[in-house]
Design a protein around this ligand. Structure first.
Ligand SMILES: NC(=O)c1ccc[n+]([C@@H]2O[C@H](COP(=O)([O-])OP(=O)(O)OC[C@H]3O[C@@H](n4cnc5c(N)ncnc54)[C@H](OP(=O)(O)O)[C@@H]3O)[C@@H](O)[C@H]2O)c1
Length: 331
């Protein structure tokens, strides 16, 4: 028996939004398990993060085959915690996984062949101890495999019952339109797109977001806080327990230049003026766009989830604040 009883007020704690034109609603914040859920991370903290998220009505947890380190360990840990704490709540959860990046050696361990995608999904299900995931994504476009093959595999994942919905990640607007059309021809709608999107990286705005509206797919931006840059984390130097120091692969000291820091400080001032933390402000900035279904955060501490969650109660960003952000970005 689990010692965990979820908060019975959890569904009043967070708003939910419809994902594109589908019937699925997602919480305005979702939790990703890319960092802090690997074999190298303490399981008790992982458990505390997942419990706190669920207590706040965060029903969506995002994984991928390669999350760790080591690759695969985030799915194993998630499966462990799921069995211990959430077994009675599976139907209240939206669990996603992905395949596309390197997972095993040889020609079938990455990219977008049918062989790789369906083998990888079966491995993910085994690691998590699940008969199906809610969303299966192709993690990145494959320049060498026909899109019909990759999308055919994703559609078959859905049709075979191993996934309920189909998603793509890191596809540009043209690739997304094509993917959606191919999926549709197999009778499977494109539910959602997962692109990087934050104040510092706005590549989705000119073409991808309008394409998603046209297709009727939702959008779940990843690294919404630019991996922690758009928070108070690096305002006073480099904390020993931060991603830039602990992991250092995707975010490291070299990326935190004086120019970047000056922008972070200026953004922090606008956030403070409205009584928000920078993390709350950066989240509200994304939610200003109607195309955004849910913001996919990462967290190393329970207090970080609390912080972003409580920011959802603040008023939406004003035109003046949006203008001030533009000014900082172009200065
Ligand atoms: N599809 C893809 O290709 C792809 C790629 C990357 C990520 N993703 C998905 O997106 C998820 C989120 O990505 P991400 O972890 O880069 O997101 P992020 O939200 O931009 O960064 C998360 C980090 O920001 C810091 N943080 C979060 N909340 C904070 C707060 N309130 N105050 C201060 N610092 C705070 C923490 O850093 P510290 O750890 O330093 O405390 C945390 O680990 C991943 O878990 C994964 O599911 C997908």
């Amino acid at each position: 028996m689990s010692s965990y009883t979820p908060d019975d007020k959890r569904y009043e704690a967070i708003p939910y939004a419809r994902c594109g034109r589908s019937g699925l609603k997602l919480p305005r914040i979702s939790l990703g398990l890319w960092h802090n859920f690997g074999g190298v991370d303490p399981l008790e903290n992982q458990r505390a993060l997942l419990r706190r998220a669920f207590d706040l009505g965060i029903t969506h947890f995002d994984l991928a085959n390669n999350y760790g380190p080591p690759p695969g360990s985030a799915e194993e840990n998630f499966g462990r915690i799921l069995r211990a704490d959430f077994a009675a709540h599976r139907d209240e959860l939206i669990i996603s996984t992905k395949a596309g990046y390197h997972m095993w050696n040889g020609p079938y361990g990455e990219w977008g062949s049918r062989k790789y995608l369906l083998s990888s999904l079966d491995q993910s299900l085994k690691r998590m101890g699940l008969p199906y995931v809610d969303i299966f994504y192709h993690h990145r476009p494959d320049p060498d495999t026909p899109l019909e093959e990759s999308m055919g595999a994703v559609a078959d994942a859905v049709k075979s019952g191993r996934a309920l919905y189909a998603g793509v990640s890191n596809y540009n607007a043209a690739q997304t339109r094509q993917a959606a059309a191919i999926l549709k021809s197999f009778g499977v709608p494109l539910l959602i797109h997962q692109p990087v999107y934050n104040i510092f990286n706005r590549w989705v705005e000119p073409e991808l977001l309008p394409a998603l509206t046209e297709i009727g797919a939702g959008c779940i931006p990843f690294s919404p806080l630019a991996q922690g840059l758009l928070t108070n984390r690096y305002l006073q130097g480099l904390p020993a327990d931060s991603r830039a120091v602990k992991s250092g692969v995707f975010l490291n000291a070299e990326k935190i230049t004086p120019e970047v820091l000056a922008k972070i400080r200026a953004l922090n001032e606008i956030a403070q003026k409205r009584g928000a933390t920078l993390a709350q402000f950066a989240t509200l900035w994304l939610l200003r766009r109607p195309e955004i279904t849910t913001v996919l955060i990462g967290a190393s501490k329970v207090t970080q989830i609390d912080d972003i969650h409580s920011g959802l109660r603040l008023p939406a960003l004003s035109r003046e604040e949006q203008g001030a952000v533009e000014k900082i970005l172009t200065s």
